[in-house]
Design a protein. Structure first.
Length: 90
């Protein structure tokens, strides 16, 4: 079973409130789904979105983990280990 080896890089919780993908809002773009970087809290759009800001941010900043901000979803993804998982609260 694959595991994420970057859990120690989770430094922020998902935001309670957000307006959308930070970069898309700045450039007037659109998004499909939203993800939050668990290292710095930047909100970006998913890879199904035209600009793929969440994965671009992860690559540029070497921040490995994002969490879905979609209602009813609680999964996270590690870009480095290529594994999905649920972060237990606490």
């Amino acid at each position: 079973m694959a595991t994420c080896t970057h859990l120690d890089q989770i430094q922020v919780d998902p935001p309670e409130e957000f307006a959308g993908c930070e970069e898309c809002l700045r450039i007037g773009g659109t998004w499909v789904h939203l993800r939050v970087c668990r290292t710095c809290g930047k909100v970006g759009c998913c890879d199904s979105s035209p600009n793929r800001h969440a994965s671009k941010h992860a690559a540029a900043e070497e921040h490995p983990i994002v969490t879905s901000l979609e209602p009813g979803e609680d999964w996270s993804w590690c870009f480095v280990d290529e594994v999905a998982f649920v972060v237990e609260p606490g």
